[in-house]
Design a protein around this ligand. Structure first.
Ligand code: SF4
Length: 418
């Protein structure tokens, strides 16, 4: 299966197969007339009650961290100063397409979510932050035809792994480079121009807009996730909406990856998993409790026979190349993880470096200003845990799948937008 699909239960009167994707999978851009006909841009008459609904259904942010959306909204609303709201559509993970798909095809849904976030926080100024030219075109067109609302500007950045991190977003909007800064303060305390700033992923805003139009389905919408499913070389790529708690086996089977040997979870943020991956639930809390992470929900499957060491080597080489090189521990740590793993993949080392990798993968997480170093450490840690035999097989003779120089441009993970 390729393309765009939802696995949410259908059939109730008034419940679309997927209100997030729309009544039909849009090939073009949803225009204002269609969006209004679906109940969009309705006035927000009871902002606190709507915020309570978002809290009650437990909506989590969809940028990767899974932070409760209502807590963030309330923190921005209650902080001193006039808030700013940002729709963050820069998905730095090369294996994720959900944010670009939403911006390209349903820009009014995102602008409506931003309008509601502004109303709930008291913001008069909004920003749509993105890197995709087609998404920018769709958003600018929608801005020109939308009903009156808060002042919204579009800020474009270059696509990069760290460009969507919330402090990088603020820095770029202020005219600087899209690179993370040290925290605190977090943007909800002091963001754009020092104002309390809500940086919300576009899928989060899409779910808020749909909940406003269809409050009856809010619980189902809050628990559902958009996942990008891909295989080697972007093969069989699909964007799928899965209900809460769906096991990985379901989207994998649908997309022809049911026999995969392993999966890279959460873009590059969630780590690499081998036997038993089929039973992992697509749920932030369950994965976190198991020391794993859902991240942005991108799932990259390995074919049987593909080398997980080669995949981990390419992923860490990409992360090393994407390091913003502003935290010493990231420059040396990501470099050491990638370099040592590459040497091991080529069969150049004995057992000692494996122990080093194990030690670094425990010591490095949490020490950079953003999650890039954590992602590299988690990939190495999970490779060591789940594929010790494959690593052993590389010692001495190396592996034909592990090339001399692992590409560092992320091309293996890149997925076209369906
Ligand atoms: S951890 Fe790495 S990528 Fe993140 S801000 Fe520091 S140097 Fe940049």
């Amino acid at each position: 299966m390729t393309g765009v699909h939802s696995l949410l239960p259908a059939g109730q009167p008034g419940l679309l197969v997927s209100p997030v994707f729309g009544a039909e999978p849009y090939r073009g851009v949803e225009d204002l007339a269609r969006y209004l006909a679906a109940g969009g841009y309705a006035p927000l008459t009871a902002r606190d009650r709507f915020l309570d609904l978002i809290a009650a259904v437990g909506l989590r942010g969809r940028g990767g961290a899974g932070f409760p959306a209502a807590v963030k909204l309330r923190a921005v609303r209650d902080a001193p100063g006039r808030p700013v709201v940002v729709a963050n559509g820069e998905e730095g993970e090369p294996g994720s397409v959900k944010d670009r798909w939403l911006l390209r095809h349903r820009p009014h849904l995102i602008l409506d979510g931003l309008r509601l976030a502004a109303a709930m926080t008291g913001a008069e100024h909004g920003v749509v932050y993105l890197s995709d030219p087609r998404a920018e075109q769709a958003v600018r067109h929608a801005l020109a035809e939308r009903p009156a609302g808060p002042r919204v500007v579009v800020v474009r950045t270059d696509q990069a792994y760290v460009a969507g991190e919330e402090t990088a977003v603020v820095r770029r909007i202020e005219g600087g480079p899209a690179l993370p800064t040290a925290k605190p303060p977090r943007p909800f305390e002091a963001g754009v121009g020092g104002a309390p700033t809500l940086v919300a992923n576009v899928e989060t805003l899409a779910r808020i807009a749909v909940m406003h139009a269809c409050p009856d389905v809010a619980p189902a919408l809050a628990g559902a996730h958009l996942v990008t499913v891909s295989g080697p070389g972007g093969s069989a790529a699909a964007l799928i909406e899965v209900p809460a708690g769906t096991h990985l086996k379901v989207p994998a089977d649908l997309c022809g990856h049911g026999m995969a040997e392993a999966v890279l979870l959460g873009g590059m943020f969630g780590g690499l998993y081998g036997p038993g991956w089929t039973d992992l639930p697509l749920d932030h809390d369950a994965l976190k409790a198991a020391g794993r992470a859902l991240g942005c929900g991108a799932l990259h499957f390995l074919r049987p026979g593909d080398c997980p060491v080669a995949l981990a080597t390419e992923a860490t080489a990409y992360l090393k190349a994407q390091s913003a090189r502003q935290c010493g521990v990231c420059v040396s740590g990501t470099g050491a993880l990638a370099g040592t793993l590459a040497a091991l993949a080529r069969g150049e080392t004995g057992a000692g470096p494996t122990q080093q990798l194990r030690r670094w993968s425990r010591q490095l997480p949490g020490r950079g200003a953003c999650g890039l170093l954590d992602a590299a450490a988690r990939i190495v840690a999970t490779l060591l845990t789940h594929f010790p035999d494959r690593l052993d097989a590389h010692r001495g003779s190396g592996c034909p799948d592990c090339t001399d120089e692992a590409p560092d441009d992320g091309r293996r993970f890149a997925v076209p937008v369906p």
